[in-house]
Design a binder for this molecule. Structure first.
Ligand code: AMP
Length: 283
């Protein structure tokens, strides 16, 4: 059967399409993105096809989750290629709103998720999770999906979204999807496009060092000391380390030793030149 993908840019048109899908009895999976799509995003679309009848994707570079001096203007925008990739992955509906459509004059509401938004990227990027949670809340209200899929690549983001959906009683199942990587281990990211050839060759060391460290931590060693050594290795490779932390995979609370209380996650952010890379691994 021929596959047809619709593309709408207004909330009214989106609601019309969703209403038609609902009338036809379809369950809906939703994948929000900022575009510049890669295999990581497409893996979420494919997972959506497995868990629901139709998949809705949004492409919106959300200005309110970028801080002063961050890469909002430089962020890659590749709409034509994105639409072709989504069509290829059999996405059913794409929502591509303008900034004015999402934030009309007098827009005043902010969604603040305390606790899990603090520390890690929340400390390095003030206001980021507030902007993200606000736009995700809006998108979830617009699409009203049965399920929404987020990548584990942005582990703290996944935790913030889970907390928000729980706290606000949104009747939506949040699904976390595994991080897709290049053959050399680098987590796929739209921001990898910023890397020079030289730095692209160094970038996989972040995952390598994290994976080694996770192995050491799983033997029950004290986190602080092992983390400091790993950070030193990254600095030697040319990274500027923002943080490496061992956290509870359920609550994101700091963990001093792996294996003592439930499962933990090793979460890191580091810069190579101006490019900020994040990654995380299970311990
Ligand atoms: P972004 O467009 O970067 O905002 O990401 C949109 C969604 O794709 C988020 O849920 C991300 O966690 C997810 N994502 C980004 N990179 C990857 C990856 N390498 N593997 C799996 N999911 C990813």
């Amino acid at each position: 059967m021929d596959h047809h993908m619709s593309n709408v840019s207004t909330v009214d048109a989106l609601r019309g399409e969703i209403m038609a899908l609902r009338s036809a009895g379809k369950s809906v999976a939703f994948v929000p993105t900022m575009g510049a799509l890669h295999e990581g995003h497409l893996s979420l679309i494919r997972l959506g096809r497995e868990v629901a009848d139709v998949v809705v994707c949004s492409i919106f570079v959300n200005p309110t989750q970028f801080g002063e001096g961050e890469d909002l203007d430089a962020y890659p925008r590749t709409l034509a290629a994105d639409l072709a990739a989504l069509e290829g992955a059999q996405c059913d509906l794409v929502f591509t709103p303008t900034v004015e459509e999402m934030y009309p004059a007098n827009f005043s509401t902010r969604v603040v998720v305390s606790g899990v938004s603090e520390g890690l990227c929340g400390a390095e990027r003030p206001g980021h999770f507030e902007g993200m949670a606000t736009v995700v809340a809006k998108l979830l209200m617009m699409v009203q999906p049965d399920k929404a899929i987020f990548g584990e690549k942005d582990f703290q983001q996944l935790m913030v979204v889970r907390r928000m959906v729980n706290d606000l009683n949104m009747p939506i199942e949040i699904i976390g999807a595994p991080t897709q990587r290049a053959a050399d281990g680098l987590a796929l990211s739209s921001r990898n496009e910023y890397l020079s050839t030289e730095r692209r060759a160094i970038a996989p060391k972040l995952y390598e060092v994290l994976s080694d460290l996770a192995g050491e931590l799983s033997n029950g060693g004290e986190a602080a000391c092992l983390i400091a050594k790993a950070a030193g290795r990254l600095v030697d490779y040319g990274f500027e380390v923002e943080y490496i932390e061992l956290r509870s995979a359920e609550t994101l609370a700091p963990v001093e030793r792996a294996g003592v209380e439930g499962s933990s996650r090793l979460i890191a952010a580091a810069r190579l030149g101006a490019t900020r890379l994040i990654d995380n691994v299970a311990v």
